[in-house]
Design a protein around this ligand. Structure first.
Ligand code: NAG
Ligand code: NAG
Length: 247
């Protein structure tokens, strides 16, 4: 039987969905997607999000929501050094997939999320024009942060089984909603200065996010990628997809 590329992608999504939900609804899911459409692929992928972000220990997939960030050191532009501890990021499970398709060997996925990162921070260096020396609690809320990801896919053989691999990934992000910063004690022992700079950050949230956001976003993307790779490493293509992919 011949299936078009779109049908194949739907099968993949349905397969992943089946595994992630561990439901016994496999025939229904595949049937739903047998007609094959981009809408169907997108919806299948969307349906995998809660299961995937909850973590799948059998497959080595970590919990991504809540995602624990413990002891992360970042050097942000302008030599602002941040140590982030006891951190937790939430919201990945509610990400909304806006677009998903496979063209040749490129999987393109666009999604947007509301993410909240909380934790204890320590900072030194300078933030924009302000010399910073702070230590306190932080909460950063990103509303409608948008990700545009392009996965270049390939395949590998192991013990006679074919597996899908990610050859490269390009991710762009954009802040569509606003970013809200709540940091206590930006300047040790100077509540006035702390408030002044915090107000400045919130008034200029976009500039601050664009200037400093990338290392944090990259960190989150790396964590998600690691877990997608784990999924692909532990699940042969034939379990992802009932029909072979042309990768
Ligand atoms: C981050 O930097 C602090 C202070 O320099 C250090 O104590 C800590 O071990 C570092 N953490 C990591 C994960 O490198
Ligand atoms: C994010 O929150 C805003 C405002 O509460 C809401 O309109 C939007 O739909 C949310 N987006 C997601 C991806 O949940």
């Amino acid at each position: 039987m011949q299936f078009s590329r779109l049908d194949l992608t739907s099968f993949v999504a349905a397969g992943i969905l089946f595994v992630l939900t561990c439901a016994n609804a496999k025939p229904n899911l595949i049937k739903t997607c047998r007609q094959g459409s981009r809408e169907c692929f997108k919806e299948s992928l969307q349906a995998t999000v809660p299961g995937f972000t909850k973590g799948i220990p059998e497959l080595g997939i970590e919990v991504l929501d809540p995602f624990i960030v413990d002891n992360l050191n970042l050097t942000l532009p302008g030599d602002l050094r941040i140590n982030f501890k006891d951190g937790v990021a939430t919201g990945f499970r509610n990400c909304i997939i806006d677009k998903a398709r496979i063209v040749k060997d490129i999987l393109e996925v666009q999604l947007h999320c509301n993410l909240t990162i909380k934790g204890k921070y320590r900072s030194s260096g300078s933030l924009l024009i302000f010399p910073i020396d702070g230590e306190g609690d932080s909460t950063i809320k990103c509303r409608n942060i948008k990700f545009m990801a392009f996965f270049k896919l390939g395949s590998r053989m192991e013990n006679g089984q074919k597996y899908v691999v990610i050859k490269s990934l390009k991710v762009d992000h954009r802040f569509d909603g606003n970013v809200f910063y709540q940091l206590t004690n930006l300047f040790k022992n100077s509540p006035e200065m702390s408030k002044l700079v915090l107000d400045f950050m919130n008034r200029n949230w976009k500039m601050v996010a664009e200037e400093f956001g990338k290392p944090i976003v990259d960190y989150g993307v790396a964590a998600i990628l690691k877990n997608i790779k784990m999924l692909l490493k532990n699940m042969p293509e034939k379990e992802l997809s009932p029909v072979p992919l042309n990768l």
